[in-house]
Design a binder for this molecule. Structure first.
Ligand SMILES: Nc1ncnc2c1ncn2[C@@H]1O[C@H](COP(=O)(O)OP(=O)(O)OP(=O)(O)O)[C@@H](O)[C@H]1O
Ligand SMILES: [Mg+2]
Length: 560
């Protein structure tokens, strides 16, 4: 049956033509010199208003329903002559109110000069629609948002006017800043990890030498106590590098499915016992999803947050701890570099001194502290950040100066249950007699390692590089019972050395050692069959136990 109605294709084509016309219009008109301007398409639009046709309706609907704000304002008075629906919604005005406003009441006064000069440039130099620029815009209710405006000069009722597109970019800006922050933290993480790694090697050498010196000494000797002190200081230093490594996204050692409520309750109880000046309130969702976490690490994160809250309230105050379930959509997850999905959310809020924006942007960096040296090293939040990142989660802060701070953590929720991993055995020195090949590019590590191995009763031989290790192993493979292999070495890395040792003898026993924590690369080598991992600096008891675990065939590879 014949129809006078346009077909779908015809309609579509018309819409496309109109769209193209709208896109090209500002350029067209801006090219008309102001003085001898003739009627422009905006005027044509008004003429058309008098006899609205089908295309006019389509055109109206397009402009009204576009996802961006669209406006026309007289220039330079800025009085609005037209605001589309989206524009009115963003600003919170009715049509009538909008038409009694000027652009200068919408754009924040500090930004007026920038906006005027952008329009000026457009008139004089760059014809057409200028690149969008961002300004602070004010809503009817007095709140502000970040507005991106692109504009062009046109004639409206034969008078100069400005025609513009306005977009609310508050959220985009925030997400971009978040992404940049995440990238910055990643590069600081690499740096911090490198420093911690080199330090751990030095600490290993100090610890090893001290231990050896102590072993041959009568405990009553006056130097003995000094040596004990050195061991204690090395332990303190290695607690520091441990935090740095955590920040640099070190390993998770004991991952278990956990309902975080009970962990939080326990931590809060422990913390609150001695802090009578604080009132601590918890609101824990009884239906909280399960998360897979290293409990020790998460407990440490909570303690760091609680201690900070306490320090932020010298006169006492209130701490609120809350848990809830949360679903993170892909718009947000991208900015935080996590996967979208279900998350368990924990927040810790205090009523303390709060922080300015400037301070907030730095708090997760290692060694950033506003406290005096005796109170803070600035590693509390850095290690919290690393731990949460390493759990594929998010930690962020909301705070205003003088109005307290609220830290929020998101950890991925899981359904499956994980087996628990047994806690490491108590420390004691276990001797042995086997032949051990020690591979490390650092002479100081080889020296103390050799001394420790001899002390334990083993027969060590030494290699300064992966290649040397392969040569020795090829020659003596029948005699070498264990290889202790450094992971980071120049030329041939620990990983490659491991693979080649394994090619020589598939059942080679290797204990991997590193100044880094058990992270990506180490975990991959372990997955390829390597028998164990030990982190430097290790003490003689720890090493003796790991060696026995590997030689006696018990797996000591922690789950990652
Ligand atoms: N709840 C809070 N209220 C106000 N400021 C805070 C709060 N938490 C952290 N900060 C600020 O962040 C900085 C860094 O915190 P972070 O825990 O990393 O280090 P620190 O507490 O100074 O030292 P450390 O934790 O190593 O003892 C603090 O110095 C402080 O300025
Ligand atoms: Mg702290």
């Amino acid at each position: 049956m014949a129809s006078t109605q346009p077909t779908y294709e015809q309609l579509l084509q018309r819409v496309q033509t109109l769209e193209a016309e709208i896109k090209s219009r500002p350029q067209m008109e801006a090219q008309i010199p102001e003085k001898d301007a003739r009627a422009t398409s905006v005027n044509r639009h008004r003429q058309a208003e008098e006899a609205p046709g089908q295309s006019e309706q389509l055109y109206r609907s397009l402009v009204e329903n576009t996802l961006d704000g669209y406006f026309i304002g007289e220039w330079p008075s800025g009085r609005f002559r037209f605001l589309n629906k989206r524009m009115r919604e963003m600003l919170g005005y009715t049509q009538e109110e909008g038409l009694s406003l000027t652009l200068w009441e919408v754009i924040e006064p500090d930004d007026h000069a920038a906006f005027k000069s952008a329009v000026d440039r457009r008139q004089k130099v760059e014809k057409g629609v200028g690149p969008p620029a961002a300004y602070r815009a004010k809503r009817r209710d007095g709140t502000y948002f970040r507005a991106e405006i692109s504009s062009a000069m046109v004639l409206f009722e034969e008078k100069p006017a400005i025609q513009g597109l306005l977009r609310d970019i508050t959220e985009t800006t925030r997400l971009q800043a978040q992404l940049q922050q995440a990238q910055r933290m990643e590069s600081i993480g690499t740096l911090a990890g490198g420093v911690a790694h080199d330090f751990n090697n030095l600490l290993m050498a100090i610890l090893g030498n001290t231990t050896m010196a102590k072993l041959g000494l009568d405990p009553k000797h006056p130097v003995y106590e000094r040596l004990e002190n050195i061991v204690t200081y090395v332990q303190n230093a290695s607690a520091l590098t441990k935090q740095l490594l955590e920040f640099a996204r070190g390993g998770k050692y004991e991952v278990r499915s956990t309902v975080l409520n009970s962990l939080i309750e326990k931590t809060v109880q422990m913390f609150g016992r001695a802090k009578k000046e604080l009132s601590i309130h918890t609101k824990l969702d009884p239906e909280l999803w399960t998360a897979e976490v290293d409990r020790g690490q998460i407990e440490q994160v909570l303690l760091n947050l609680l201690v900070n809250a306490w320090q932020a309230m010298p006169e006492g105050g209130r701490i609120d701890i809350e848990t809830r379930n949360a679903v993170i959509e892909s718009t947000y997850s991208k900015a935080f570099r996590i996967t979208p999905g279900n998350y368990v959310c924990i927040s810790v809020a205090d009523t303390g001194i709060g922080m300015e924006k400037e301070v907030q942007s730095k708090i997760f960096e290692p060694f950033f502290s506003t406290k005096d040296r005796s109170r803070g090293t600035g590693l509390g939040l850095a290690s919290a950040y690393g731990i949460i990142k390493n759990h594929d989660g998010i930690i962020n802060v909301y705070s205003e100066k003088g109005k307290g701070a609220k830290f929020t953590i998101y950890l991925p929720a899981v359904e499956k249950k994980l087996e628990t991993v047994p806690a490491p055995a108590a420390a004691k020195m276990i001797p042995g007699t086997e032949k051990v090949l020690l591979v490390d590019d650092e002479q100081m590590i080889l020296e103390v390692g050799q001394a420790i191995l001899v002390e334990l009763g083993y027969h060590p031989c030494l290699a300064h590089s992966g290649q040397e290790a392969l040569d020795i192993y090829t020659r003596d493979k029948g005699e070498i019972d264990l290889v202790i292999l450094d992971m980071i070495m120049p030329a041939m890395s620990g990983g490659e050395t491991y693979d080649r040792l394994k090619a020589i003898r598939p059942d080679v026993k290797v204990l991997l050692s590193s100044g880094y924590s058990l992270s990506g690369e180490a975990a991959r080598i372990l997955n390829r069959g390597c028998n164990g991992f030990i982190q430097k600096p290790f003490n003689i008891e720890e090493l003796s136990r790991k060696i026995r675990e590997v030689l006696d065939g018990e797996s000591c590879a922690p789950e990652t």
